[in-house]
Write a protein that binds this ligand. Sequence first.
Ligand SMILES: C=CCO[C@@H]1O[C@H](CO)[C@@H](O[C@@H]2O[C@H](CO)[C@H](O)[C@H](OCc3cn(-c4n[nH]c(N)n4)nn3)[C@H]2O)[C@H](O)[C@H]1NC(C)=O
Length: 135
Amino acid sequence: MECGMVLTHLKVQPGECIAVKGTVPPDAKSFALNMGRAGSDLALHFNPRFESHGDTCIIICNSLQGGEWGQEQREPDFPFQQGQDAKICISFDDQELTLALPGEQQLKFPNRLGLEAIEFFSVEGDFRVKSIKFK
Ligand SMILES: C=CCO[C@@H]1O[C@H](CO)[C@@H](O[C@@H]2O[C@H](CO)[C@H](O)[C@H](OCc3cn(-c4n[nH]c(N)n4)nn3)[C@H]2O)[C@H](O)[C@H]1NC(C)=O
């Protein structure tokens, strides 16, 4: 899969927020936001799929530890639209990661890695980042 933006050497602490704004292309199939310690150790792989891997309009969340995927969490409430802008705010604590999605939708995912700081953040696929803020 093609790789977009990759941020390393971050020190995002519990309670802080990563706010990503961007545009979903009209022909989007899928994009992913990845965050954790490194590309092979992700507390969260957040993967909205418009049409990908046999899935239609579903959000796949998973963790990646030592390059091995965990159990997928599949979220059918799908707040993204092709051709539209979107804002996603990510925060976390010792128990879970919380994502504020469009349409005031909120999604939670367990902090399986016991992540204490987000050091790595990447964006892949059909999402054109317009801004990223650390609050
Ligand atoms: C039914 C039996 C096989 O299950 C399938 O197994 C696939 C392979 O593990 C699963 O797809 C992986 O699911 C992972 C999350 O659990 C990741 O999404 C993995 O892709 C990693 C990736 C995605 N992207 C990416 N997304 N969008 C773009 N452009 N790039 N970049 N790297 C996908 O290849 C896929 O989600 C899974 N499907 C089901 C229904 O479980």
